[in-house]
Design a protein around this ligand. Structure first.
Ligand SMILES: Cc1cc2nc3c(=O)[nH]c(=O)nc-3n(C[C@H](O)[C@H](O)[C@H](O)COP(=O)(O)O)c2cc1C
Length: 189
């Protein structure tokens, strides 16, 4: 069903045993529950990147991602923190496109094993998304000590549901605001 805004979700790691998959699927579900956002899930695992080339010259090898970002009003990136930064796989996926991102919104979700909720991966992603022409929101979503946040079956532990529902709503409200404003700008200027 077509909704007002189209905001795909990109899970930025292909690591075996990744905890950020639980986060990405939870955020995806929260977006799907809304009346105003259509979404599509992209998993770093599904990008079979080349060993000998990068960037826009190989974008047509990934038509689903290319076409989704071309149509999108923005993007949600779920980024695990690896040594205070982002996985190389995520950077390579983002680098596939350039003008397709321009003047679109991006919301950043940081995931870490430590207590800082991926704040450092988020800060390290800001200059990257800026160079791509994406406009980053100030309302991030942070998952600290993520290994203790979800049950074995991937559902969120009961005690976290209330606080995270509140946080994801704020995060998405801000993302929708920026995505709407940018869409108006793209269509009218
Ligand atoms: C190479 C590597 C580096 C990591 N560096 C950090 C770090 O700097 N800070 C932190 O809190 N957790 C760090 N972690 C733990 C991850 O943040 C943790 O595994 C978390 O669940 C998100 O990553 P995941 O989706 O791959 O599980 C690191 C994990 C890996 C694999």
């Amino acid at each position: 069903m077509r909704k007002e805004l189209f905001l795909p979700v990109l899970l930025g790691t292909n690591r075996n045993g990744r905890n950020s998959e639980n986060v990405a699927r939870w955020v995806l579900k929260k977006i799907e529950e809304r009346d105003d956002i259509e979404t599509q899930f992209f998993d770093a695992r599904d990008f079979k990147l080349l060993e000998d080339d990068y960037g826009q010259t190989i974008k047509d090898l990934f038509p689903e991602y290319r076409d989704a970002i071309t149509r999108a009003d923005g993007l949600v990136i779920v980024a695990p923190e690896y040594n205070h930064s982002f996985p190389g796989q995520l950077k390579s996926i983002l680098d596939l496109l350039l003008k397709e991102y321009t003047h679109k919104a991006v919301g950043l979700v940081g995931v870490s094993a430590g207590p800082w909720g991926g704040t450092r991966v988020i800060e390290s992603l800001v200059p990257v998304v800026r160079e791509l022409g994406l406009v980053v929101t100030h309302a991030d979503l942070n998952f600290s000590i993520v290994q203790n946040t979800f049950n074995e079956d991937g559902t969120m532990k009961e005690e976290f549901v209330g606080p995270f529902d509140e946080r994801v709503n704020k995060f998405l409200e801000e993302l929708v605001w920026i995505a709407r404003a940018l869409r108006y700008g793209r269509e009218n200027s």
